[in-house]
Design a binder for this molecule. Structure first.
Ligand code: CDP
Ligand code: CDP
Length: 230
């Protein structure tokens, strides 16, 4: 049944993964898992503990000792609890965004989080977004999407969000930050950001959120038909 479908959505920052993944999950009545939020939470904890971002052993140990849980609130939004504390807002702050790529390049950290993600993916009925979902976490996903958009467009989207929060950062600064993070995520040796060979790439530069969601839902229903045949 389509309620058991697994959908992997990967792509660079600001391509629309989490916005679109949430809507696709709601439309299909299935779970949404934001794997980036998990890496951000471990990063927040590491910063609070004052760990050096190149101390791989300490970072891996910290990840293994962290309890992560997503809860959907009455208004439909997802909140992440780290060791029982709601860290949803804190994980989006600039220091975390700056440090997260270094923490998520640590193999031992990935091992811990990927295992948790796979445990959730095994039950089916999930849309997961991140960088390595189609390549590493869910290599057998029923549908794999690689979302992209031009760097300028992605920077503009992120800048609009920051403006709404009262941040006075410039669009050029946001663009520099995205560029640096994309290069780091694509260039690392463990689980680099890249499209899975069997993924469908959607360039969302000139598409609305609704158009992207519709395309993914159409792909989901056709992959569901082949699931039934196969
Ligand atoms: O939302 P945004 O694109 O800013 O980033 P995110 O999805 O919250 O991910 C934050 C960072 O976590 C990324 O820049 C990656 O370094 C890392 N990440 C990862 O390595 N693997 C994943 N599956 C998800 C995120
Ligand atoms: O998760 P990721 O970093 O890939 O992107 P996001 O956090 O969902 O942010 C994407 C931003 O672009 C949001 O503010 C969306 O409203 C907006 N947007 C989009 O997601 N998709 C479009 N086709 C157009 C705009």
């Amino acid at each position: 049944e389509i309620g058991k479908i697994t959908i992997a959505i990967d792509g660079p920052a600001g391509s629309g993964k989490s916005t679109v993944a949430k809507r696709v999950a709601d439309a299909l009545g299935i779970l949404y898992l934001d794997t980036g939020a998990m890496y951000r939470a471990v990063t927040l904890k590491a910063l609070r503990a004052g760990l050096a971002l190149d101390d791989e052993a300490a970072l891996a140990k910290l990840a293994a000792a962290t309890a992560l849980e997503f809860k959907q609130t009455a208004d439909g939004s997802y909140h992440l609890f780290m060791d029982g504390e709601d860290v949803s807002a804190q994980i989006r702050t600039a220091p975390v965004t700056k440090a997260v790529s270094a923490v998520s390049a640590v193999a031992g950290v990935r091992e811990v989080l990927v295992k948790q993600q796979q445990r959730i993916g095994r039950q089916g009925g999930v849309v997961m977004d991140g960088r390595d979902i189609g390549t590493v976490v869910l290599p057998h996903a029923d549908l794999k999407i690689f979302l992209t958009a031009s760097l300028r467009e992605r920077a503009y989207r992120r800048w609009l969000e920051l403006q709404a929060k009262g941040d006075t950062v410039t669009i050029d600064e946001v663009e520099e930050d995205l560029k640096r993070r994309d290069a780091f995520d694509s260039g690392r040796s463990v689980a680099p950001l890249r499209p899975a060979p069997d993924s469908v790439t959607l360039d969302t530069t000139a598409l609305s959120i609704e158009e992207v969601v519709e395309r993914i839902l159409a792909l989901a229903s056709s992959s569901f038909c082949t699931m039934q045949e196969g």
